[in-house]
Design a protein around this ligand. Structure first.
Ligand SMILES: [Zn+2]
Length: 147
């Protein structure tokens, strides 16, 4: 098992766990890797440098520094489908109002509830900067419509 520090063009950093270096290469070449935040498939490997995460980086928003668990392999599409079906069942669809709705909840202007919706990577960045915790999924095409 190898663990790589990965990043997308928007500089979202996350960890990927792979069976081997070759497994990482294969998955990247086949476009199986994607950023958990923005779903970009342009993933690059960052030099592993854990010491960079130490002192001196406190000022960075906490969310960006958290390693994220990644799963790769054939299980991924099945898992994603299952999770999304659960999400569809348990959340209210607020569509493109998502950033406003979660912001209102975060600042106590509306009651907290489970919602789902869509947001641009830019809007997502803003939410992260405000310390608002949201979970991001790349939607499979077949589930792109939430109706
Ligand atoms: Zn990203």
């Amino acid at each position: 098992m190898v663990v790589y520090d990965l990043a997308c063009p928007l500089e979202h950093r996350f960890e990927g766990w792979f069976e081997s270096a070759a497994s990482y290469e294969t998955q990247r070449e086949r476009g199986h890797l994607s950023c958990p935040l923005c779903n970009s498939k342009e993933i690059t490997r960052m030099p592993s440098a854990p010491y960079l995460r130490g002192a001196g980086e406190h000022s960075a928003p906490e969310g960006e520094r958290q390693p994220m668990m990644m799963v790769a392999g054939e299980l991924v599409s099945a898992l994603r489908r299952q999770v999304i079906q659960q999400v569809l069942a348990l959340t209210e669809d607020v569509g493109e109002d998502f950033p406003d709705v979660v912001r209102d909840m975060h600042y106590g202007e509306s009651e907290s509830r489970n919602v789902r919706g869509v947001a641009t990577p830019e809007a997502l960045e803003e939410l992260h900067e405000e310390g608002i915790d949201v979970l991001v999924f790349g939607m499979p095409d077949t589930l792109g419509s939430t109706h």
